[in-house]
Design a protein around this ligand. Structure first.
Ligand code: C2E
Ligand code: MG
Ligand code: MG
Ligand code: MG
Length: 278
C-alpha cells in the first residue's frame, strides 16, 4: 500500500467498513440476546398437493427484534452460521418442530402431517449431529418418520463418505432427507445418486419465470424427470400463480409450496387449510 496508508497504521479499515463491522457485531449481540429472550421462533408453511390438500409443513425460523421488528432469515441465518449461534438456534427450531409433530400426532385430522426442518452446514458437520437429532426426537416423543431434514448442495460437498454415514444413521430411524434449493448448487448427478435422499425441492428462482423463460422451463422439466428416474419426490417452491401451478402439474409435479397456497405463519394458519383441502 501507499506511504499515506503506512502513516496511520492503527486504522485498519475505512469508516464505511468500520460501520459495517459495528452493525454486524451489534446484530450478533442482539441475536445472542434474542435467542435467550425468546425472540426467535418457528413459523410454518404448508406443502400441498394439486387439490390443495396439506401433506405437511416446512418450519422457518423467524426473529422478532424488539426495536427493528421482523428481521429476515436471509439476514440472520448467515450471521448465525458465522458466529456459531446456528447451533442453539437450529436446536431450538428442531425441538419446536418436533413438539408440534407430537401435538399433531394426537389428532386424527393432523396425524399424517410431515415436518421439514432446514439444517445448515455448520450444524450438519457436527460429529454428533445425528445423535443430537435422535436425542431431540426421543425427548419430545416425535415420530422420526414424520421428520424430514432439508440440506443444501453446498453442505454436501466434500466428505461424501461422512455425509452418507451421517444421513444413514438418521435414515435407519426413519428420518427423511430433502435437497433444498435444488439446481442452484454444484452437485453432479453421480454425486446425487450416492446420497440417500427422499426428495428434491426445486428452487423458487426456477419456478418464478417458468412460463416466460425457456431455460427455467427446461430446468424444471429436467428436475422432474430426474427425480422420477431416481425415485425421489419433488416439491416445487415459491408457487405464486395458478399458471405456474398448471405448468408444474402438466410436467408431473405433485407437491407445492408457495404463497398461492399459504404464506409461512403461526401453526393455526396451516390448521385452517386442513378443512379446505379435498
Ligand atoms: P428455504 O428453506 O428455501 O425456504 C423457502 C423460502 O421461500 C422461505 O423464505 C419462504 O418464506 C419463501 N417462500 C415460500 N413461498 C414463497 C413464494 O410463493 N414466494 C416467495 N417470494 N417466497 C416464498 P424465508 O422464510 O425468508 O427463509 C429464507 C431461507 O432462510 C430459507 O430458504 C432457508 O434457507 C433459511 N432458513 C429459514 N429458517 C431456517 C432454519 O431454521 N435453519 C436454517 N439453517 N435455515 C433457515
Ligand atoms: Mg427449506
Ligand atoms: Mg428452498
Ligand atoms: Mg431458498
Amino acid at each position: 500500500e501507499s506511504k499515506a496508508a503506512g502513516r496511520n497504521t492503527h486504522r485498519f479499515f475505512d469508516p464505511g467498513m468500520q460501520e459495517a463491522l459495528h452493525a454486524r457485531s451489534s446484530l450478533e449481540i442482539d441475536l445472542r440476546q434474542g435467542l435467550a429472550n425468546g425472540e426467535l421462533f418457528a413459523h410454518y408453511q404448508a406443502v400441498v398437493d394439486p387439490q390443495g390438500k396439506v401433506h405437511g409443513v416446512e418450519a422457518l425460523a423467524r426473529w422478532n427484534h424488539p426495536e427493528r421488528g421482523a428481521i429476515s432469515p436471509v439476514e440472520f441465518i448467515p450471521l448465525a452460521e458465522q458466529t456459531g449461534l446456528i447451533l442453539p438456534l437450529g436446536e431450538k427450531i428442531l425441538r419446536a418442530a418436533c413438539e408440534q409433530l407430537v401435538r399433531w400426532a394426537a389428532s386424527e385430522q393432523t396425524a399424517h402431517l410431515s415436518m421439514a426442518v432446514n439444517v445448515s452446514a455448520r450444524q450438519f458437520r457436527q460429529l454428533d449431529f445425528a445423535a443430537q437429532v435422535l436425542q431431540i426426537l426421543r425427548e419430545t416423543g416425535a415420530n422420526p418418520r414424520r421428520l424430514r431434514l432439508e440440506l443444501t448442495e453446498s453442505l454436501l460437498l466434500g466428505d461424501i463418505e461422512g455425509t452418507v454415514a451421517r444421513m444413514e444413521e438418521l435414515k435407519r430411524e426413519g428420518v427423511g432427507f430433502a435437497l433444498d434449493d435444488f439446481g442452484t448448487g454444484y452437485s453432479s448427478l453421480a454425486y446425487l445418486k450416492r446420497l440417500p435422499l427422499d426428495q428434491l425441492k426445486i428452487d423458487r428462482g426456477f419456478v418464478r419465470d417458468v412460463l416466460t423463460n425457456p431455460n427455467d422451463a427446461a430446468i424444471v422439466r429436467t428436475v422432474l424427470a430426474l427425480a422420477d428416474s431416481l425415485d425421489l419426490t419433488v416439491v416445487a417452491e415459491g408457487v405464486e400463480t395458478v399458471e405456474q401451478l398448471g405448468f408444474l402439474c402438466l410436467h408431473g409435479c405433485v407437491q407445492f409450496q408457495g404463497y398461492l397456497f399459504g404464506r409461512p405463519g403461526p401453526v393455526g394458519g396451516v390448521e385452517a387449510l386442513l378443512d379446505g383441502g379435498a
